[in-house]
Write a protein that binds this ligand. Structure first.
Ligand SMILES: Nc1nc2c(ncn2[C@@H]2O[C@H](COP(=O)(O)OP(=O)(O)OP(=O)(O)O)[C@@H](O)[C@H]2O)c(=O)[nH]1
Ligand SMILES: [Zn+2]
Length: 415
């Protein structure tokens, strides 16, 4: 059930490149239909596509035996370490291990922090030094996290992973999700983004030409900043440093609608010195079948063209539409131009959450599936009973064109 790390064509894995022409085709369209491409760069065969997307039918209980990991992200100085210290001071019956991923030497200071567990306290941390987590995770990180768990069998109930202030949490979540090794003993429980209420608007406007992204320098085009990505991927938003703007209700409401225009889903908590109950942050199950799109405001009000949330609600699928939904809609959307179709300006999806109802024989009975996705990787779970009578899909991403996305959906399932 492992998802592939990447979809690039590999002779040893995929056998020889499927020949484009066998001579039996009627026309060019036939040839193109035989070969799926992921945006035209590589050839990806159908079976590789299905292997690349884990189809788990096991209920969420498969997570029970694994240790939940929460990714704590947020721009430089927003209050991530303060949050960890607050959680440590409050303690809890859970034994929490902290993974620090700090740039520069601040991790020395952070190391002094211990995690108290009732009266006893112990230090368990994994300092990845100056390597960006999602980069080092590919080599150092995975093994180190597994060793940390193996070194303290039964001593860790929860892992909090603090990313550096300029890390994009998407690839880190995907790495935990995709990497067979990691996936064996931990699971991503949720992404918690800490925002500095006083400065976050500036970060969203400060379109830094170049920024750190996985070791090499890339340009975040379309005036996008890492702050956008950290807000878009959040399952909880901690609006910290409230003390710095509490005297200005207008600033607070402007800030809130700005954040909501990027992520209209995640619950928002205002805090001072990250003072928040641990129960609001842990056991979110944001990446498994227990977390389905909620009902509130199905269409986001304000729209930040660079990063926004698109919510779709549609009738239950007929059985025969189920695979079509993935092949002709979701894969086209997540893997950009999947094939012969015209380049559709759909936008780039960073986070996908979906609840699908599939009509059984009896009209009132539905099979429930939950979709969880990060960037181009998605997972389908069997969902529990739901009160919802419609399918729901929440997409958070860059330059999303909600009209073309809903047109594509209606072309696919509502003929
Ligand atoms: N006024 C005010 N200051 C805060 C609040 N929360 C944290 N701070 C201060 O802001 C500074 C940065 O807090 P940290 O917790 O180190 O922020 P961080 O996100 O870990 O910073 P980096 O690790 O550098 O990305 C510290 O001096 C904190 O004491 C708050 O709610 N109000
Ligand atoms: Zn990185």
């Amino acid at each position: 059930m492992s998802a592939l790390k990447d979809l690039r064509f590999k002779e040893d894995e995929d056998g020889e490149l499927p020949s484009l022409v066998t001579g039996s085709e009627l026309d060019l369209q036939d040839i193109l239909d035989n070969v799926k491409s992921d945006g035209g760069i590589n050839v990806v065969s159908q079976d590789k596509i299905s292997r690349a997307n884990r189809q788990t039918t096991s209920p969420a209980s498969e997570n029970n035996k694994k240790i939940p990991v929460s990714i704590i992200t947020g721009y430089l100085g927003s209050g991530k370490s303060t949050l960890l210290e607050t959680l440590a001071k409050k303690g809890s019956e859970m034994r929490i291990a902290v993974i620090l991923n700090e740039f520069g030497d601040s991790s020395e200071i952070e190391k002094a922090m211990t995690i108290r567990n009732g009266d006893s306290s112990y230090q368990e941390w994994l300092d990845l030094g100056n390597g960006c987590l999602c980069c080092s995770l590919k080599n150092v990180g995975v093994k180190a996290i597994e060793n940390m768990i193996e070194r303290s069998p039964g001593k860790i109930d929860y892992i909090l992973l603090e990313t550096s202030g300029i890390a994009d949490p998407g690839p880190i979540a995907k790495m935990f999700w995709q990497d067979e090794g990691l996936h064996s003993n931990v699971y991503i429980d949720g992404i918690i983004t800490v925002l500095d209420c006083e400065h976050i608007a500036q970060c969203l406007d400060d379109v830094s030409e170049r920024t750190h992204w996985h070791g090499e320098q890339v340009v975040l085009e379309n005036n996008l900043t890492i702050a956008h990505l950290q807000i878009a991927m959040a399952d909880r938003l901690i609006m910290n440093k409230l003390d710095r703007i509490e005297g200005n209700p207008l600033a607070i409401s402007l800030l809130e609608s700005r954040i909501r225009s990027i992520n209209s889903e995640a619950p928002m908590y205002y805090t001072k010195y990250a003072d928040i109950g641990i129960d609001k942050l842990l056991n979110l199950h944001a990446f498994d079948s227990r977390n389905v799109p909620n009902d509130n405001n199905l269409s986001s009000s304000l729209h930040d063209p660079r990063m926004s949330t698109v919510k779709l609600e549609f009738r239950p699928l007929q059985k025969h539409e189920y695979s079509k939904f993935f092949k002709d809609f979701l894969q086209v959307l997540l893997w950009k131009d999947m094939g012969a179709g015209p380049k559709q300006t759909l936008g780039e999806v960073h986070r996908t959450k979906g609840l699908l109802l599939i009509q059984e024989d009896k009209p009132t009975k539905h099979d429930v599936k939950v979709i969880q996705g990060v960037r181009d990787t998605y997972e389908v779970f069997s969902g529990g009973p739901t009160v919802s009578e419609t399918c729901k899909l929440v997409l958070i991403g860059k330059n999303l064109n909600s009209q073309s996305i809903s047109d594509l959906l209606h072309k696919t399932i509502i003929q």
